[in-house]
Design a protein around this ligand. Structure first.
Ligand code: UDP
Length: 327
C-alpha cells in the first residue's frame, strides 16, 4: 500500500514506520521535525513539512498516489494542553480536519487516527471498554474526541474508512535498540524516572499521592510502543470504505506511579530520587484498558505483557543513546 504517515518521525510514528517498511509498504513520512527526529526514519522516506502547509500535503497525496494515511502528527501532553489549549485545538483539530478533507477530496480510502484513552476522562469503570462514555477532562482529550467525531461523520457520508486507536500509555523502545523515546522537553513518566536513575535529573516528582488508588498515586496502563505499532498494521488491513473502527489499545493491567519507580529501580539496579508533589491538572486517578475488542476483531495481542519487560527495552535505549537521537 502507498501510505502517508504524518508525524512518522515521532515516537509511536517511527516504530510504526519501521513495521510498515518491514512489511513492504511504500511509506512517505511527513514530519515537521519539531517533535520528530530525522534519525528515527530512513532519510529517503522523510519529507520535512508542517501540516499547516496543506498545499504541500495535497501535493504528496496526489503525487505519491496515497491510498492510506496514518495520522500521528499532534500535540500530546496533557499538562501543556491545559496551559495552551489554543495550540492544541489548532494542531489537533484544525490541521487534522484539513488533512482529512484533502483525503476525502482525493479519494484516500483508509485513515488511521492516533486517539487516546484521554477521551474517556475519568471513567465510570475500569478496565475501560469502548462503550464507556467519552467525557474528556482536559483539552488534549477534547481535541482527540472532536476529531473522532469528525471521522465518524465523514465515514457515514463519504467513501472513506477509518480506525481510531485509543492508545493508553505508550512506553518502551524497539527491541533491536535502534529507535526509542526522545521528547524535548520530556514530560512522560518512564523516561523521566530512567533519567533520574541515571543521575541526569535531581529527582522525579510524583504528581499526587492522595488519589483514590491503592497507593495514592495515579494508575496507568503502559503498553509497549511496538505493540501499539502492530495495531496500526492490523487496522490498515481491516479498514473498509465508509466504515469506522474504534479500539482501545492497552495491556489491560494498570501500574501506579510508585510501581513504575520501583520497576525502574529493579531494572536499572539504581536508586531513583523521588519528590512527592501536588496533583497535575487534568489527570484522572486510574486508567487501564479492556482491549478485548481489538483482540477479538483484529487478532491483536500485546507481546509485552508486564511492565518490567517494557522498562527493559526503554532502559536499553537510554543506556545506548544517552542523548537520545543526539540532534
Ligand atoms: N507523572 C508523575 N510525574 C511526572 C510525570 C508523570 O507523577 O514527572 C504521572 C502522571 O501524573 C500520570 C502518569 O505519571 O499519572 C503518566 O504520565 P505521563 O505524562 O507519562 O502520561 P499521560 O498519562 O499524561 O499520558
Amino acid at each position: 500500500m502507498r501510505i502517508l504517515v504524518t508525524g512518522g518521525a515521532g515516537y509511536i510514528g517511527s516504530h510504526t514506520v519501521k513495521q510498515l517498511l518491514a512489511r513492504g509498504h511504500d511509506v512517505t513520512v511527513y514530519d515537521s521535525l519539531h517533535a520528530g527526529h530525522r534519525k528515527a526514519v530512513p532519510a529517503e522516506r522523510l519529507v520535512v513539512g508542517d501540516l499547516r502547509d496543506i498545499d504541500h500535503v495535497d501535493q504528496l497525496l496526489l503525487g505519491n498516489r496515497i491510498e492510506a494515511v496514518v495520522h500521528f502528527a499532534a500535540l500530546a501532553s496533557v499538562g501543556e494542553s491545559v496551559q495552551e489549549p489554543a495550540r492544541y485545538y489548532t494542531n489537533n483539530v484544525v490541521y487534522a480536519l484539513n488533512l482529512l478533507d484533502r483525503c476525502r477530496r482525493h479519494g484516500v480510502g483508509k485513515f488511521v487516527f492516533s486517539s487516546t484513552c484521554a477521551v474517556y476522562g475519568t471513567p465510570t469503570a475500569v478496565p475501560i471498554t469502548e462503550a464507556e462514555k467519552r467525557s474528556p477532562i482536559n483539552p488534549y482529550g477534547q481535541t482527540k474526541l472532536a476529531f473522532e467525531n469528525a471521522l465518524s461523520d465523514y465515514a457515514a457520508a463519504y467513501p472513506i474508512g477509518y480506525c481510531a486507536l485509543r492508545y493508553f500509555n505508550a512506553a518502551g523502545a524497539a527491541a533491536d535498540g535502534t529507535i526509542g523515546e526522545h521528547h524535548d522537553p520530556e514530560t512522560h513518566l518512564i523516561p523521566l524516572v530512567i533519567q533520574a536513575a541515571m543521575g541526569k535529573r535531581p529527582h522525579v516528582e510524583v504528581f499526587g499521592t492522595d488519589y483514590p488508588t491503592p497507593d495514592g498515586t495515579c494508575v496507568r496502563d503502559y503498553v509497549h510502543v511496538d505493540d501499539l505499532a502492530a495495531a496500526h498494521i492490523l487496522a490498515l488491513d481491516r479498514i473498509a470504505p465508509g466504515t469506522g473502527l474504534t479500539y482501545n489499545v492497552g495491556t489491560g493491567r494498570g501500574y501506579s506511579v510508585r510501581e513504575v519507580i520501583r520497576t525502574v529501580e529493579e531494572v536499572t539496579g539504581k536508586k531513583v530520587p523521588v519528590k512527592e508533589g501536588p496533583r497535575r491538572a487534568g489527570d484522572p486517578p486510574a486508567l487501564f484498558a479492556s482491549s478485548d475488542k481489538i483482540q477479538r476483531e483484529l487478532g491483536w495481542a500485546a507481546k509485552y505483557t508486564d511492565l518490567k519487560s517494557i522498562v527493559e527495552t526503554a532502559w536499553n535505549w537510554h543506556k545506548s543513546h544517552p542523548t537520545g537521537y543526539g540532534e
